[in-house]
Design a protein around this ligand. Structure first.
Ligand SMILES: [Mn+2]
Length: 360
């Protein structure tokens, strides 16, 4: 599929979802959703789809790029100083306008009601996310590039991490490597925690010095061509205790069991259960306090939600992280995270980094 056809196809799918919900307009606010249909993710766009037309509204700063990228498929409109994107809505005859309540501000919602006093605003949160849950080839290829880069970054960190450096220096090393080697951004704030602080699943890198005998957990990801990667490894520095080794092996066993069981047709919650059962049987159930994984794509956290509460069934070309962890307060924690693509017969794990217990 060439570039234009990808977007034609995506717009068709969005329009048929609009039709199902009886919407004759859709005001798309979430930047990732705008980027998904326009190919131009930018913080200052407004996107409106009606039954017949695609509109992209932006200002002078972005107009040239917007026309270059979206000119064929979208009517590109430029707002003048003092004008807002909502002014365009005044010209529209829309009876039921879909909006994304999950992200639309109250202020913007009021403005829409002012310019379209007769229109009914209907919550269409999730309309696009349900479409985005299945990745096309272009998306998977971009994710693959992002994942390759995080894999290379982990190899680099195996050469670089050493006692005496701080967690913040470790995180900076990760981020510098990713950016130097082609990342547009980071997928999220890098986690690099050590020692007792590894019991914090989302600990913020501190000035703590990494010491011999510490575990170090690194959770990081980057964005390449709009798409995110996400991986986690825990390694030991200098030496390890039997307890650290034991906990590591339980987490790894849980992860491998889930990776080998996941496939299209399985319920999301069942995926979580496979890993959780192993951790619970080993007596560490209370110390695995988060879900097993989440989808990744334009956003770092998207559908599917692979947790006890996740409701849905895996289908081909969904992506999902598999990231069990055990976190022992004031002692240490271990998490191992890979990122897989669901297929009809299993998964393809795109993360190639070693996950044997590594002592640096
Ligand atoms: Mn993750």
């Amino acid at each position: 599929m060439d570039d234009k056809n990808i977007y034609v196809n995506r717009l068709e799918r969005v329009r048929s979802a609009m039709k199902e919900r009886d919407l004759d307009g859709f005001w798309i606010s979430k930047q990732e959703n705008q980027g998904y249909v326009t190919g131009f993710p930018s913080p200052d766009l407004s996107v409106l789809l009606t039954t017949e037309e695609n509109y992209l509204i932006t200002d002078f700063r972005y107009i040239e790029t917007a026309e270059d990228i979206c000119g064929g498929l979208f009517q590109v409109r430029m707002t003048q100083t003092g004008q807002s994107a909502f002014d365009l809505l005044k010209e529209m005859r829309v009876a039921r306008l879909g909006v994304e309540e999950a992200v639309l501000t109250v202020a913007d919602s009021k403005k829409i009601s002012e310019v379209l006093p007769k229109a009914e605003l209907v919550d269409a949160s999730g309309l696009m996310e349900d479409i985005r849950i299945i990745k096309d080839e272009t998306e998977l290829a971009a994710m693959e590039r992002a994942i390759e880069l995080t894999d290379r970054c982990f190899s680099h960190m195996l050469q670089t991490l050493h006692p005496g450096m701080t967690e913040r220096e470790g995180a900076l090393e990760i981020e510098t490597f990713l950016k130097k080697n082609g990342a547009q951004h980071l997928s999220f704030d890098t986690i690099c925690v050590s020692g007792m602080r590894t019991s914090l699943p989302h600990g913020v890198p501190s000035d703590k010095i990494i010491e011999k005998g510490d575990l170090v957990t690194m959770d990081f990801g980057c964005v390449v061509d709009g798409y995110c990667s996400d991986m986690t490894r825990t390694v030991a520095i200098g030496s390890a205790t039997d307890e650290q080794r034991e906990v590591y092996n339980i987490v790894l066993e849980a992860q491998l069991a889930a990776l080998s069981a996941l496939k299209a047709g399985m319920e999301w919650a069942q995926g979580d259960k496979i890993a959780r059962d192993i951790i619970e049987a080993a007596g560490y159930g209370p110390y695995f306090g988060h879900g097993l994984g989440h989808g990744v794509g334009l956003e770092i956290h998207e559908l599917p939600t692979m947790s006890r509460r996740g409701r849905g069934v895996f289908a081909e070309n969904m992506t999902v992280t598999v990231e069990p962890g055990i976190y022992l307060p004031k002692k240490f924690g271990v998490r191992i995270e890979d990122l897989a693509i669901i297929t009809s017969s299993g998964i393809i794990n795109k993360v190639k980094s070693n996950k044997e217990f590594i002592i640096l």
